[in-house]
Design a protein around this ligand. Structure first.
Ligand SMILES: [Zn+2]
Length: 291
């Protein structure tokens, strides 16, 4: 009799424990997409507590299939799509997917300079930028241009816009006009930098200082000379997300390590010195992390 009672009580306790854990499951799942072409790319998918889908960039046109697959597997709807800047290794996949009528993109967050500015300051990438601006114009009803300091709440995730376009910065202009987003969930902060460069970093340090501190950071400009060492020291991340292909990770331009002009190795050293717990590098394949 006593035994039966104990068993019943244990069953009741575990039943309520499961319910408690389920209702308090406040996690999100971040997917880092992998390069599916030889080009560098950047793309992240986030699944919130109740299954809403948030995307940050998506990679090149050639990577569209991978991202499309992710969206379809998660119900075919994108609740919020943040596009950091107008370069094809970030928005190419969006361009392709936005034409797929079976995929519903609810809102696109983007901060863009005008055409004249790009012609003057990012002249080598004219064609891809103009093509992107044309597509954005056809989607006007879906586009939101967020302002600095704006908080966007998507389910259990809050995205704070720390930086938008910087028209006054005309060196490395296209990259320095990357949107910078700090996401917050579960008392954790995740910082997405796009391809932000030194000048934009200095502006962020001046404006936010220690508020930049984040548990997880997406390495700026694919880890090759975007943000500064000072900036990463302030962010002081525990986890780094590297949107970096193998050749760039190795600084390999001509078939052997260190033959390239990229600063990836230097950035890797900075991060090693910060005692980061884990580096997720896109070259190693598509990864999902729970936050
Ligand atoms: Zn890029």
């Amino acid at each position: 009799m006593k035994k039966t009672l104990t068993v019943i009580i244990l069953i009741i306790i575990s039943f309520f424990a499961v319910i408690y854990i389920r209702t308090n499951d406040n996690h999100i799942y971040i997917t880092q997409f992998e390069p599916t072409t030889t080009r560098q790319m950047m793309g992240y998918g986030i699944k919130t507590k109740s299954g809403k889908i948030v995307l940050i960039d998506g990679g090149t046109e050639g990577d569209a299939n991978e991202v499309e697959q992710y969206i379809i597997e998660n119900g075919g709807k994108v609740d919020a799509w943040f596009l950091t800047h107008a370069h094809s290794d970030h928005m190419g996949a969006f361009e392709v997917i936005s034409k797929n009528e079976n995929i519903n993109i609810e809102t696109v967050y983007v901060s863009l300079n005008d055409r004249e500015w790009y012609i003057q300051n990012d002249s080598t990438r004219q064609e891809e930028i103009m093509e992107f601006l044309d597509i954005i114009e056809t989607k006007k009803d879906k586009i939101i241009e967020p302002q600095v300091g704006e908080k966007i709440k998507i389910d259990n995730l809050t995205a704070t816009i720390l930086g938008i376009k910087n028209p006054e910065i005309t060196t490395n202009a296209g990259n320095n006009s990357s949107m910078v987003i700090q996401m917050q969930v579960n008392n954790k902060k995740i910082l997405f930098l796009g391809d932000t460069g030194e000048e934009s970093c200095n502006k962020l340090i001046e404006k936010y200082g220690k508020k930049l501190k984040s548990d997880i950071v997406q390495m700026a400009h694919h880890g090759q000379g975007g943000a500064t060492e000072e900036f990463y020291k302030i962010v002081s991340p525990k986890i780094c997300l590297w949107p970096t292909p193998q050749w760039l990770w190795d600084n390999n331009a001509y078939g052997e390590e260190d033959s390239g002009p990229w600063a990836t190795k230097e950035t890797r050293k900075w991060i090693e010195n910060l005692n980061v717990t884990y580096n997720y590098v896109a070259k190693d394949g598509i990864t999902e992390i729970e936050v």
